[in-house]
Write a protein that binds this ligand. Sequence first.
Ligand SMILES: Nc1ncnc2c1ncn2[C@@H]1O[C@H](COP(=O)(O)OP(=O)(O)OP(=O)(O)O)[C@@H](O)[C@H]1O
Length: 327
Amino acid sequence: MDDNARQASGPTPARAAASGDVVAVRDLTKRYGRVEALRNVSFTVPAGAVTGFLGANGSGKTTTLRILLGLVTPTSGQALLRDGLRRELRSYRKLSDPARTVGAVLEPTAHPARSGRDHLRCLAVALGLPRRARSAAVEGALESVDLVSAADRPVGGYSLGMRGRLAIACALLGDPELLVLDEPANGLDPDGIRWLRHFLREWAASGRCALVSSHVLAEVAQTVDHVVIIDRGRVVLAAPAGEVGAGRVEVRTPEADRLAGLLPSLLPGERVVRTGPDSLRLPHGTAERVGRLCAGHGIPLVELHTTGPDLERAFFELTGQSTGEGR
Ligand SMILES: Nc1ncnc2c1ncn2[C@@H]1O[C@H](COP(=O)(O)OP(=O)(O)OP(=O)(O)O)[C@@H](O)[C@H]1O
């Protein structure tokens, strides 16, 4: 499908931006026999934002999301959602209106012989949507994911991207405040990933929020406002995306010892990290001062460069992955 055509639609801008947290995960531990899938996992998901839930395969993302959705019981701890009607945090099973609170895609499934529209109609009944609201909910969801033109075709003939979009349409049916998507970019082509990013940005712009898991950081890095990074069942970072992986200045010189000795007095207060026998790392914004300092003291520079904020680098450092993994 033409990307511009896809971008013309998106979630309906309906709600005023909400505030506060819509998810609070507190001290979640889950053991499967000897396997400790989660240990003391805690994080929150803010309203009106896309939160990326990132980690390598087997790090505990799906287990966390399944607990959040009441599908798995934790060994200890809590996973709470803001109840759509009562505006207080509750476990999924105690929500007064689960479909309006959270729409989720964990494992997309649809009967291959059924059309996308029929699949959504059946689900609208199963969700208990009022009869008079069902048709509008189904058509609205189809429009939001750009599937109107393919809605009457059997799902068996859909591409992977179309199936992914149908799964998101299912999650939209109850008009939820929160979308929970487990690895939605899996198997998507670049066009499909672009569509997903745009969809999520529009979704957040309409005042709602999403919790999106991925083991491939590059798929979601441009889209997320907040990140929660999980590694081997433990949260290693939870922060606004802009604060993760702050930029820095890398310096390489055969006279690194001499430079390191001069820096504290000439750049007071700046943190200097010795990264190797001939290399140093300084905070973002120090490059010009370091360059002048080296020129003034006759210190030869082999390399002086600034890197921008880099979520990807932070992700790989925190999870101990090499940059080639998971791609
Ligand atoms: N039902 C289960 N029984 C036993 N072990 C399980 C079960 N479900 C998950 N695990 C284990 O818990 C750990 C976390 O798995 P989980 O599926 O939550 O990770 P994930 O981050 O979602 O990984 P992926 O990206 O591969 O889906 C893994 O070691 C996994 O093997």
